[in-house]
Design a protein around this ligand. Sequence first.
Ligand SMILES: Nc1ncnc2c1ncn2[C@@H]1O[C@H](COP(=O)(O)OP(=O)(O)OP(=O)(O)O)[C@@H](O)[C@H]1O
Ligand SMILES: [Mg+2]
Length: 330
Amino acid sequence: MAEVGDDPVLWAIACGLKPQKWQARALWLATAGLLPETAKKNGIQEIKNELAVVAANGAGKSWVVCVLIAYWLWRVRKGAVVVTSASWRQLRAQIASGIKTMFGGIFPQWEFLDTRVENPVNGSVCHFLSVDTPGRFEGIHSRREMGDDGIMVGGLLQVFDEAKTIPNAVEAAAQRSKALSKVVVSSPAGLPSGFHYDMFHNPQRSSLCYPMKVTAYDVDNPDFDQIEKIEALHGKDSVQFRSQIMAEWTASERKGVVVNAVHLARMMENPPSNAGEWKSKSEWRAFVDLSWMAGGDRTAVAIRRGKHIDRKSTRLNSSHLKLSRMPSSA
Ligand SMILES: Nc1ncnc2c1ncn2[C@@H]1O[C@H](COP(=O)(O)OP(=O)(O)OP(=O)(O)O)[C@@H](O)[C@H]1O
Ligand SMILES: [Mg+2]
């Protein structure tokens, strides 16, 4: 079992799972700092502590994140994991419940709670943190040190799922706790900015990490029907094809952006301080971009209340939406 336990991919297989080829490589890269020998055995020469993945929609990002977290909890004595995502709902729906579904039966001693998973056997804990509490990241450490019995203990894994939706301030706060492994995964954002984008494009950051791109062709069983459908609908040069299939950032070349895209992103991250005054004084405006097809397209809704803009998007397409008569004034 020693060898299986030293390799997250063999370990996942022993748990009855079957990582895709790209997911296996992601697991070795994400654990290179913890298990340099295993990484080297699998062709990874330079040991780094950060992995950035940009992948097509549905490529299996959250799945591999769940496996990595469970492996860390199993493997690292007194280890810690901090995972964050776009929202509490997403964290619960995709990560917390994914770990429980995949590993609850295999590790019945583990405690699967709403805000964390604990492995009482070796004292390791995974915390789920919401993006709106960046300060809490700083409080979670796990130093790697020699235990009393001469075996290494500790080690912090930080995970950012759907990183394009996580504000830079959250990542900056997290950077203060030294992670043994930091894993940042996302589909490409519309805007060419943010820490996830920088990990691929800013040499100072990209030199510190393993940048990994996963297109819709790189998964084990590519969905050629879906690929062809998006190509037929929009064309290979379209924003949709390049973003959803080729996992590319597209907004820098997008036509029709009047406001500088980077400035817009900064403004959205820092709404005006008096944004709360909308309730009594301001008018409301709504904008809806309906998605007319099933699949990756999203319906987007933006609501402006005074100086504050809320944006939401959903996978629902028009056939799921029942529009009722809107009141003539809000
Ligand atoms: N190796 C695997 N074995 C079995 N099922 C898998 C594997 N990889 C992914 N899946 C399944 O494929 C589906 C999509 O995976 P997942 O949700 O992880 O993708 P994603 O890239 O995070 O998607 P999104 O872009 O929506 O966030 C899920 O149902 C997941 O359980
Ligand atoms: Mg996901």
